[in-house]
Design a protein around this ligand. Sequence first.
Ligand code: ADP
Ligand code: MG
Length: 321
Amino acid sequence: MGEFELIRHYFAAAPCAQAGEGVALGIGDDCALLSVAAGEQLAISTDTLVAGVHFPAISDPFLLGQRSLAVAASDLAAMGATPVGFTLALTLPTVEADWLQAYASGLNRMAQHCRLSLIGGDTTRGPLSLTVTVFGRVPSGQALTRSGAKVGDLLCVGGDLGNAAGALPLVLGERAAEPELAEPLLAHYWSPSPQLSLGIALRGKASAALDISDGLLADCGHISRASQVALQVELDKVPLSSALRGFLGVAGAQQAALAGGDDYVLAFTLPPAQLPGLLAAGWPITVVGQVLEGQGVTLVDAQGQDITPATRGYQHFRESP
Ligand code: ADP
Ligand code: MG
């Protein structure tokens, strides 16, 4: 199968490639065309997943299709953007029909779930790698950046943390667990649900936001630096799923939540007056700490004792100490 036939068959013909709202021209020309309404800004983010680095080289292609789009869509959620479309740059070692069919199905499923149209891409031969670029729209000036946290704000998260990090030994086949523990953890890893609606609900309310990809403490460091404030996390308030506690014990689950990657749950700072309305509307928000004067991220126990660990998350190019 040639490059053009492959693109047509697996991607251009997928239901998610049929142009949606805001897409003036989709796959097939030299560029896609997006319509940007007056008073809106375009939010753009790219994520690459490399075989052997971000996922095991032998992975279920359907799940990989879901996950490769979900991790990128999560950045739109973190910005408070409404999803519009995405491009896919696919590098494949060989053309395997079954693999491509399953990958495209998983991708399509997540695209429809997130209301993202596939608008273009690139297809090349080489070691397996998946790059997704997402496009969203947001009313001008209302995007949720990392730089607006204010002293006195609450530090909040949008759901249980650590599930994906807890799933990693299961994904890598290093450990096994009972189905009632393994299934929810694996589902969270392979099919993270980008918190797009929550991001939109936080527009004009949250003072800063991001999606947690490198562990709560490391990602709070980004808000702290960008906003020039200190963030304090209270360990006992960090929400943990019962599956994660059952699999790793409380201390292991806390470690996964604080320093493990891949959660794709939103973390944000919120003026206290905004909290009751959001909770009353049913948003799954947990307050895990507060914004203080100063800089950096500290972890405290229930008595307020500083128990900040030395290592804080995963970085690709960190130099050894
Ligand atoms: P060009 O050489 O002009 O960059 P290509 O031959 O790479 O064009 O791609 C032809 C069309 O197919 C373009 O519209 C491109 O965006 C789209 N395309 C290529 N690969 C993919 C893919 N994996 N998924 C979706 N669209 C793709
Ligand atoms: Mg090209």
